[in-house]
Design a protein around this ligand. Structure first.
Ligand code: GTR
Length: 330
């Protein structure tokens, strides 16, 4: 049969239409979730429970799977992939979120929260809702908040008791200029770097140190290279369980409710596991010979953050009231 260009076009359109109708349902209900942590980590266990429960309760309308160890990309990449709907859900630390959602930088100001409990109260209340709204504007639907404890400095050279001890140390920070300012205010040299590259850099001396909570210090094996862990507790940064806005909006109201409920359950589970996990990780690093020291004069560190706050507020005058709201909420 001789085909005319009109029939050719028709066949091409028909073929595409078939492909689209065949491909859509499969894509729509297969959810890929990004996770930076290894199996067994508190966040991983909670995310896997979330994926399993969502899959079961939606009876196959969503099949959710978590990809651990950052195999789908580093955190800044994964944030972009989730914003564009290439990834469907993720557990993100608010640290690397700052460059994309400026409001969340408030959560990266050193010592902004007086304790983990203070952070939970703020994030679970009205102020937390403001952050969720800012994230939603950038296509990330934050359904619940995870814990990530207190972050402290660790390094290969010496215990840190005072800011002078930080002088000259090459410290890895997460991808956010605020942390560069923070380390420089202490006299150190800050190096923004992806989490997955830190272990090797500590081993080879490219870095002298980094900063993180006990579970990550342990699970990343950084403790094998950095012998000194000093309890500066300078950052308490919440993390979200975030859904790609496109994936969220494609759900029926009933499925949105299921996903929301499971996200809230996952955060309760994560927070419980976090407490046990932090203690277990602390024991592992102590048993391995890491020297952990208390920092008696934390105020000395805090005072040096004055210019970091001043610079931040000068650059973001509209966020000053949010900073004050958090500080006054304690
Ligand atoms: C962990 C956090 C990760 C990642 C990592 C880092 O505590 O859970 O999402 O931000 O720190 O230092 O990059």
């Amino acid at each position: 049969m001789k085909t005319t260009s009109t029939t050719k076009t028709f066949y091409a359109i028909a073929a595409t239409a078939t492909l689209v109708t065949m491909a859509l349902p499969a894509q729509a209900d297969t959810w890929r979730g990004w996770n930076i942590h290894p199996p067994g980590y508190p966040n991983t266990v909670a995310l896997e429970a979330f994926a399993k429960n969502v899959t079961e309760r939606t009876e196959g309308r969503i099949t959710a799977q978590v990809y651990n160890n950052g195999v789908l990309g580093d955190q800044p990449d994964a944030i972009e992939q989730t914003r564009s709907g290439v990834l469907n859900f993720a557990n993100f630390n608010m640290g690397p979120m700052g460059p994309i959602v400026p409001e969340t930088n408030v959560l990266s100001l050193p010592f902004i929260f007086s304790s983990v409990e203070h952070m939970h109260e703020v994030m679970d209340g009205e102020i937390g809702q403001q952050f969720a709204e800012a994230l939603a504007e950038k296509n990330l639907v934050a359904l619940s908040w995870f814990d990530s404890g207190e972050r402290s400095l660790y390094n290969t050279k010496r215990p840190i008791h005072t800011p002078e001890d930080v002088q000259g140390l090459k410290i890895r920070v997460m991808n956010n200029d605020l942390y560069v300012d923070m380390i420089e205010a202490l006299g150190g040299n800050a190096t923004p770097m992806a989490y997955g590259e830190v272990y090797q850099s500590l081993k080879t001396g490219v870095l002298d140190g980094a900063e993180n909570n006990y579970p990550s210090f342990q699970s990343s094996n950084h403790y094998e290279a950095a012998e000194y862990y000093s309890l500066t507790e300078h950052l308490i940064i919440p993390e979200c369980l975030c859904i790609a806005r496109a994936s969220w909006e494609a759900l029926s109201a009933e499925d949105q409710e299921i996903v929301r409920e499971e996200a809230i359950k996952a955060s309760a589970m994560q927070r419980e596991l976090w407490v046990e996990g932090s203690e277990a990780s602390r024991q592992v690093v102590l048993d391995a010979g890491v020297q952990v020291n208390e920092v008696e004069d934390k105020a000395a560190f805090q005072q040096l953050m004055g210019p970091v706050y001043a610079g931040f507020i000068e650059a973001n005058p509209d966020l000053e009231s949010l900073v004050n709201a958090i500080r006054n909420s304690n």
